[in-house]
Structures are given as C-alpha cells and as structure tokens.
Ligand binder design. Sequence first.
Ligand SMILES: *Cc1c(COP(=O)(O)O)cnc(C)c1O
Length: 470
Amino acid sequence: MSERKLRVLPSVDETLKAEPALAAIERHGRAPTLQAVRRALDEARSKLREGDEAPVAAEDIAGRAAALLEAESASTVRAVFNLTGTVIHTNLGRAILAEAAIEAATRAMREAIALEFDLETGKRGERDALIRDLLRELTGAEDATVVNNNAAAVLITLNTLAKGREAIVSRGELIEIGGAFRMPDIMARAGAKLREVGTTNRTHPKDYVEALGPRAGLVLKVHTSNYLVQGFVAEVKAAQLASIAHDAQVPLVNDLGSGTLIDLRRFGLAHEPTVAEAVADGADLVTFSGDKLLGSAQAGFIVGRKELVARINRNPLKRALRVDKIRLAAIEATLRLYRDPDRLAERLPTIRLLARERDDIRRSAETLLSVVASAVGAAFTVDVVDCVSQIGSGALPLASLPSAGLAIRPSEKRGAGRALSALSERLRGLAVPVVGRIENDALVLDLRCLENEDAFRTDLAALSGNDNAR
Ligand SMILES: *Cc1c(COP(=O)(O)O)cnc(C)c1O
C-alpha cells in the first residue's frame, strides 16, 4: 500500500518548478536547491513509508526545501551574548576588539597594504616592522617579534634557543593550560630536553644553580596563570633567576601567558605582572598573548634582546607561524591605544568590561529584570543578584570581580534541573544565543559583558513568542 502512496509524490523536476523552489534558486543557486529538493522528497518518502502524514504537493515539498536551505545558510560564526561572567572566554573567542582595531583590520582586508614593503626605499620590508617600534616603546624591550599565538611563541623560542639542549624549569611551573598545551609536550616538540628542578611547591636558587651545566640552553620561567599553589611554597623571583641564569651565561625566558602592557591596579583590578616589569627584571625574552588581557587579535609576542629576537626570526618555523595582514593591522591599532592609558578603559573593550563596577552592572540588572521575567514566563522566578565575574583565560586565576546579574530559578522544585537546562537551551536557540552559567540551582546571567541592552531586549522578545507558539 505504502509504495502506491509514494507515487503521489511529485518528481524532482516538478518540485523545482514550484514557486518556493524558483525563489530558492534565485537566492541560493540551482545546485544547492536541487540537493535540498531531493532531501525534502526523501524526507516525505520516509514519512509515508512509516505510515505518517507528509506533504505531497510540489508547492509544499519545495517550501520544505527552501526552509532547509534557509536554515543552512545562517552563518556558523554566530554572535552570542556572553553572560557567563568570564570576560576573556576562550570558547567564546576571547577578546572583543576595539573599534580602531576593527577599522584597521577592515582596511587591511579591503585594500592592498604595505605589509612587507618599505615605502621609503621601495624595497622589500619586514611584516613585523609594523608593530616592532610600538612593542619596544610599550615594553622597554630592545626588539620584538610576533607569531600565531603564545603557544607558538613558546614553541619557537624553545626550538631556537634550546634545541638539543636543556630547558631548565621549576616543577612548580610545568603548566597545562586548556586545549592540550602542556609545557613538557611543547618542549618535546621543540626538541628541547626538559630539565625539571625543585618540587611542586618549592624551588630554590640552588636548584637552578646545580642544574645549570654545559648542556643548558635556557632557563624558563612560566607564569602559573591558571592556578595558584598556596601554603608552604617558595619560588625564585624573576630578577634573581635572571642573575642566576646570566652567571651561567644562559638566557632567561619568561612566559607571562596573558601578559599585560599596563598596571591593572589603575582600573581597580589586582596586580598582574606587566611585560615591562618582566623585561626590567632581566628576562632575555618575554612571551605573551595578543588576545588575552591585551585585548587584541590572536597572536603571540616575543620581546627582548635584539640578538635573540634576530635568531628567532631566522628560524624557518617563523614562516610557518607568521601572522596575516588582517591581524597585524588589528594588533597595531590596539597597541596604539596603549599610548594613551587615560582613555584606554573607554576605547578597549577588554579593559572597559573588566573595569565595570558592580553598581553600574546592578543598575543594568534592575532595568532588565522585568524584561527577562516576562520573557521566561511564569514558570520561573527572576531576581537581581550579586555575583562574581572572572577575568578568564588564566589571567589572575583567583581574582574575582564583584558583579551583578539576574538569577533565574524554576518556580517548581520538582524537575527544576530539567527545567533549567531546557531554558538554557531555549536561550541558546535565540537569534543571538544567550549564554549564562548554572550556579546554585539557578541560571545566572552575569550582566558585566552586556553593553547593548536594546539588542538584548529585542532578542529576548522572541523567547516569549516561541513559548506561546508551543
Ligand atoms: C595562555 C597561555 C599560553 C598560550 O597562549 P595562547 O595565546 O593561548 O596560545 C602559554 N603560556 C601561558 C602561561 C599561558 O597562560
């Protein structure tokens, strides 16, 4: 019986002639529409075989095909409202760039730019020259270079200075950060032999001194950016470690991780070692990220002694790890903002968001309370709450930023967990997905990173709409 029923389905050709298919061809092109029509027909065929209802008119099948195409044509790179309370969220793309950086990147995309071209001599130039002087000015280092990210900066530094030699590092600093970046693995790939000194909680000057033999390539200090060892601890500070390394005529590399160009205490935050401090403390090279606290595009910077930077630039890996013109343009524009620290909090989103005060955020929460309450409906209660944001990306792991937001709780205790995950899912399904965090049986929307309240209101309006439609 079902086979006979299948014959009522239109042919591919017939479906393609229906109005929605013609419109879809105009919008998406012939080949994708043909594919979608085949899929819509397959779908209807399976339903009929199962004995279910299915659309059989060419018009309806074509409409279904158009809907499939429409769903696929939405970009997979989706903007989201980051209400997780983690400002530099690696899974949400880390730093949001400054307007100046966005303009510079856009120009670099649209036009030919003098990337490796010296406009004075008309000869070939170096792409790093675009940002070298700014980095020198902002860090006090002799020279600077840039690669794909900080993991790459560490890799190429180890490979250049310690290939076939020992890289000496404290056991307390053998970090793993997210995404399979483990210091021992990076060392192995760089061809350096890991020489661990000290213990997990205590490393002393003599531990380094004893390890500094003829096979030493470098001493590495790693900023333990995503954890803190507390209690009975001892580490050798960078300045002292520099003199120990230099006595043995071995360079000291300081991997700062996040690294900041400015003293964050200016913005009411805890002190994070600045790159300039690390340079002044005697590190021969300092490595740090472009898209963590610095607030720019993904990149890894290496600043320090001229002769060592020159060796890194001659390493063939440099070519494999280089940064493209779009990011270089964004980085240059971002670094320029640091020349005027007074206006940095205004212009650089990362700093602006980190510096936002609880009172200001709470006001935003109070304004939005009724909007969110009516969007989530009577099955939930919504309250303004104080909460705590994090910097994220391993910077100042223990620093907590007083923040505020909205806590959404199911009105019914029974099935509360399921209700909360269903609500989280609906919020993620909005035109601009809203990402919060679950905490103490509530979905908390930390409003620190919400700057466009109007867009948020508009977005949420669809939530109550959805609900009614169900
Ligand atoms: C984040 C971090 C890295 C890696 O930097 P990416 O820019 O993510 O590649 C390396 N070392 C430390 C100490 C870090 O915190």
